[in-house]
Design a binder for this molecule. Structure first.
Ligand code: UDP
Length: 255
């Protein structure tokens, strides 16, 4: 990842801080340079601690956005950086609207989710933004042969933006392995966004999100997530230890 676009570090992983991510992505699209967008939160940061391949992919991404409240709080407390939280789903929505408004016939592909979900999400988006050009969709559960077919389709169609909703870390690893198929495309991992766009799930109410409690709503909706969510206190503890060690390091190096 280039140091030139506001790169900060969260427990050794990069985060880009900028005022308008979708404008940056549209510019990149115009230049035909493409790229991988990662939406970083505390849970993903902890997964990357244990999964070095995931950490490597995050470090190699062209854009890493501060998706989670934990990451934003970390940047504020540790680095004194006041950063706005950008949920991945909101960046994806802004990008879809901008792509429609641009009227440049940018081609979009939706990949992921249970059977029919990506297609339903694309239909709803086409209704909302009629000028949006969704050229194809594919569910996220299939055989190796169907996956090969998908790879061939992507190679032939050469979409400009590929939204991949397979969950973390599957989507990041999949994008890394396959982005060479469409080197000029923007590839963005969108987790369960197709489920939300298709009306299968709902996002947390704004007042919970405003109070950094979106995780509580997810836990209520998907109680099986409790084990994955242990990553949140683990992240807080790691951040605290890192902060204390940084302070000790600074005070020891003072004359
Ligand atoms: N999914 C998929 N293929 C798989 C596993 C998961 O398409 O093999 C989809 C799943 O249907 C859901 C999304 O990936 O739509 C994962 O959503 P989640 O909210 O769990 O994502 P995360 O929290 O990991 O970003």
């Amino acid at each position: 990842m280039s140091e030139s676009h506001g790169a900060c570090s969260v427990l050794g992983l990069p985060v880009n801080v900028m005022s308008n991510y979708s404008a940056w992505l549209l510019e990149r699209l115009q230049q035909g340079s493409g790229g991988h967008v990662v939406t970083l939160n505390a849970e993903m940061t902890m997964q990357a601690e244990r999964n070095t391949s995931l950490a490597k992919v995050i470090r190699g991404a062209e854009l890493v956005i501060p998706d989670g409240a934990g990451v934003v709080l970390y940047l504020k407390l540790m680095l004194g950086q006041k950063v706005q939280r950008i949920p991945g789903i909101e960046l994806a929505e802004e990008l879809l609207r901008s792509l429609g408004a641009e009227n440049k016939d940018n081609k979009v592909f939706f990949y992921g989710g249970a059977a029919g979900i990506a297609t339903k999400a694309s239909e709803l988006w086409q209704q909302e933004v009629p000028s949006l050009n969704v050229i194809g969709t594919c569910s996220g559960y299939h055989s190796p042969a169907e996956e090969e077919e998908l790879r061939q389709t992507l190679s032939q169609l050469q979409p400009d933006v590929v939204f991949v909703g397979l969950g973390v870390p599957r989507q990041e690893m999949w994008i890394d392995k396959n982005r060479h198929l469409c080197p000029q495309a923007i590839w963005i991992g969108v987790g369960g966004s197709f489920d939300i766009w298709a009306g299968q799930k709902t996002r947390a109410p704004q007042w919970l999100a405003n109070n950094n409690l979106e995780w509580l709503y997810r836990l209520y909706q998907e109680p099986w997530r409790w084990r994955r969510m242990l990553a949140l206190p683990e992240f807080a503890l790691k951040a605290l230890v890192f902060g204390v060690s940084q302070k000790l390091h600074i005070s020891q190096s003072l004359p």
